[in-house]
Design a protein around this ligand. Sequence first.
Ligand code: TMP
Ligand code: ASP
Length: 251
Amino acid sequence: MSALEIGQLLYEGKAKRVFSSADPELVLVEFKDDATAFNALKKAQLAGKGTLNCCISALLFERLEAAGLPTHYRGLFSPNWMVVRPVRIVPIEVVIRNVAAGSLCKQMPIAAGTPLDPPLLDLYYKDDAFGDPLLTEARLMILGLVSADQQAEIEVLARRVNQVLLAFFAAVGLRLVDFKIELGFTSTGALVVADEISPDTCRLWDVHVEDSQERILDKDRFRQDLGGVVEAYGEVLKRVQGACPQARVYQ
Ligand code: TMP
Ligand code: ASP
């Protein structure tokens, strides 16, 4: 445990809480055991999920950092608390799809499992009240959330994140089907990857398993009532730790 003290609750989301610390350049993120899907229509408590997602995210942020990609991550505070830089989150969810799955297959005549090359990048407006709708270029322009240059910077960074994560997961027998990231601007205006990268926000299939349900090691197990959610997340952590055993503790 590091010497930082937990301050005021700044923000509570569906899976995390963000607290201030005495250092204005650091905030603390608590990963909760709450699981939600379909804009929180489906809810459950999954004991151990917070710790698993926090540890997996920490190791993945360290991986991105090692590849020269900027993130908000500073280190672990405890197994389910992370120390991060405060950022102004861009209210855009960036989804990269390497393989067709999920909403793409519900909205288009494309079979699940179809490889997408080049990977498809979809932008969604991050607002639960509107159900996180898919954005078009024109809608993004009307909202004025980011400049054209910032949008380009976001897309380039997201695609580089995909390249690093794709290769990393492939090396531990996991197929990165798709994922969502959120990005933010630091106090100095730098764009960084923020939020989390975990089986809550990625689709991961075990490459050694043929069965289309058994191979799922991500939140689809919860969305589709397949059971074994925490066990699947545990398997992801085990694989990730096989490549990089321990996340650093912030000090
Ligand atoms: P989708 O196929 O439902 O659009 O999801 C694409 C990816 O984004 C998938 O890896 C799950 C992730 N995701 C989130 O992290 N949060 C969300 O609210 C949604 C809808 C998807
Ligand atoms: N994260 C969203 C929710 O909590 C949706 C999802 O991941 O399926 O409802």
